[in-house]
Write a protein that binds this ligand. Sequence first.
Ligand SMILES: Cc1cc2nc3c(=O)[nH]c(=O)nc-3n(C[C@H](O)[C@H](O)[C@H](O)COP(=O)(O)OP(=O)(O)OC[C@H]3O[C@@H](n4cnc5c(N)ncnc54)[C@H](O)[C@@H]3O)c2cc1C
Length: 388
Amino acid sequence: MKDMTFALTDDQRALKAAVSELCKKYQPAYWRDLDAKREYPEAFVTELTKAGYLAVLIPQEYGGAGLGIMEAALILEEINRSGGNAGACHAQMYIMGTVLRHGSEAQKKQYLPKIATGDLRLQAFGVTEPNAGSDTTKLQTTAVRTGDRYVVNGQKMFISRVLQSDLMLLLARTTPVDQLKRKTDGLSVFLVDIRGLKGFEVRPLRMMMNHSTNALFFDNVEIPADSLVGQEGKGFSYILDGMNAERILVASDSLGDGRWFIEKAVAYSGQRVIFGKPIGANQGVQFPIAKAHMALEAADLMRTKAAKLFDAGLPCGPEANMAKYLASEAALAAADACIDCHGGYGFAEEYDIERKFRESRLYRAAPINNNLVMAYVGEHVLGMPRSY
Ligand SMILES: Cc1cc2nc3c(=O)[nH]c(=O)nc-3n(C[C@H](O)[C@H](O)[C@H](O)COP(=O)(O)OP(=O)(O)OC[C@H]3O[C@@H](n4cnc5c(N)ncnc54)[C@H](O)[C@@H]3O)c2cc1C
């Protein structure tokens, strides 16, 4: 392996600084206002796209920057560290990976350059269903081949950024369960142009945080047969292929959140004077902040290890999953410490802490619940008996 040191390169430090500069234009009031109205950060995402940051993982031959997952991770971390919410656009970085790895050359040439420029947005990823949840192999949405089309019927739940996307990556059943030898077969991935699609209903859901999430309904929706990505029936394995990237990037969202909480807590506890001294001098205030900082630093090491393995083309399933778990839990410990040290102000909207708390809370549960990360580590890393 070329490089397993943990120091950032000069280029990576410059990248972080440039993202930080861009984020300074979008002050907390911008995010707070959108949060209250549950509106999409259109101006921020457009500027980020135009600057090329959401296309860092797209190879140069298709118009992207051709950088590694480590660079993508640093961009997302910096957005959340600055007080923003990278969850609004992080999927534009990694959803295209399924097309890049498994799509035809024609699909890559048609879509990737436009995704890189932002002319096409691919931020929607339709997997979860009301009756399947975490058990993806039980998906019920069907795509039935009829001539040069597939006809899609079914429902999806909690699918984010559909109204802000032109394209959606959809996982649907192409072979009924009772005709399968292996339960992981029979699902297929489609790259669907969702603009003006007939029979397709999007019902926005008001969630705890501003995440542009929806319930989707497919009623005899016809999509061209060439929307299929890769081989029919192999969709589950294609989705699994993309999960390490997703885990590393979501861990980076959490690291950014955690660092924002720590910076905020340190600053406030140093200047808030109660009983004649700064509250940060009290170990009851100081230690939870120090403890959360240590957890974040450890999670950062695991995220960086996972990213380096990923960029070296080496297996990184355990590290990517552990990074997602450790970073999301560390961010929540930092959130708690930050709320506690702010007393009543921790709950006041204008301090942004309660908003960031709601945003960071998501990553314990999505895109995969930390319970299932522990099950993965117990069963696949440690070889313990299966629970499901
Ligand atoms: C804001 C938001 C945005 C989302 N965006 C998307 C999106 O864009 N695309 C998409 O496809 N999905 C999305 N999701 C869905 C998310 O990935 C799912 O919520 C998640 O996969 C779990 O499915 P479920 O909610 O049905 O929970 P369930 O699968 O019903 O699980 C409920 C609880 O039971 C636990 N549980 C279940 N089985 C076990 C077990 N064997 N051992 C231990 N615990 C278990 C789970 O960990 C969880 O705590 C989003 C969710 C949210 C909240």
